[in-house]
Design a protein around this ligand. Structure first.
Ligand SMILES: [Zn+2]
Length: 212
């Protein structure tokens, strides 16, 4: 199995890189694996046709997860719409039994509140906060995914060392980096062999997506 990248915006046909789509939902195709979601920063831009197209795309076989979805305080002008669409997409994730990829900015308590309705695995992507925030997420048995910030943010690197491997993912998101660089950094931080990062994340991937 190649390296798991749980959240990328690069078009890829890798079977282990989850390509996140938040617009032009017809671009979901038969190759690769995808997550599809109405992005919290863009809720005001989706018209009825786009929403219908997103919900349709979520049903496709190559769409393995719903996301990125969630709440972002920077878009508080459209907060009510964010909440409504977040709740709707949690319901869809439950119906389709597909995991949720969460985008959460300055809205952790609200995200956790609405996620009580979720009956699928939950992954918080692009984590860049401290250990107290991480612990609130981990306590719910959710997963935390780290991206490019892990390469250079010393405080985040310190927090990373306390994250249990069985709740961890790595991601490139929209950063111009390779997923290899993240695995290497993670192994260095944990002072271990890279296999000791690769294997637990593969296990997490299999557990979350119910692979044999
Ligand atoms: Zn993203």
């Amino acid at each position: 199995m190649s390296l798991i990248d749980i959240h990328t915006h690069q078009k890829t046909d890798s079977p282990t890189a989850l390509c996140a789509i938040y617009s032009n939902f017809e671009q979901v195709d038969a190759v690769g694996i995808h997550s599809v979601g109405l992005h919290p920063m863009m809720v005001q831009n989706y018209d009825a046709i786009a929403i219908k197209s997103a919900f349709g795309a979520m049903r496709q076989d190559t769409v393995w997860a719903i996301g990125e979805v969630g709440l972002d305080k920077r878009n508080k002008e459209h907060w009510d719409l964010q909440v409504a669409l977040f709740q709707q997409q949690i319901t869809i994730a439950n119906t389709l039994q597909k995991p949720l990829i969460i985008h959460c900015v300055q809205a952790l308590d609200a995200c956790l509140l609405y996620l009580r309705a979720a009956q699928v695995p939950v992954i918080f992507h692009g984590f860049r906060k401290g250990l107290p925030v991480a612990q609130k997420i981990l306590q719910q048995s959710y997963y935390i995914s780290f991206g490019s910030a892990l390469l250079k943010d010393a405080a985040l690197q310190n927090c990373f060392k306390s994250i249990p491997l069985h709740q961890l993912f790595l991601e490139t998101d929209d950063a111009p980096i390779t997923i290899d660089a993240l695995y290497e950094t993670a192994a260095n931080l944990l002072q271990t062999e890279i296999e000791n990062v690769i294997l637990p994340i593969q296990e997490n991937f299999k557990r979350v997506f119910k692979l044999a």
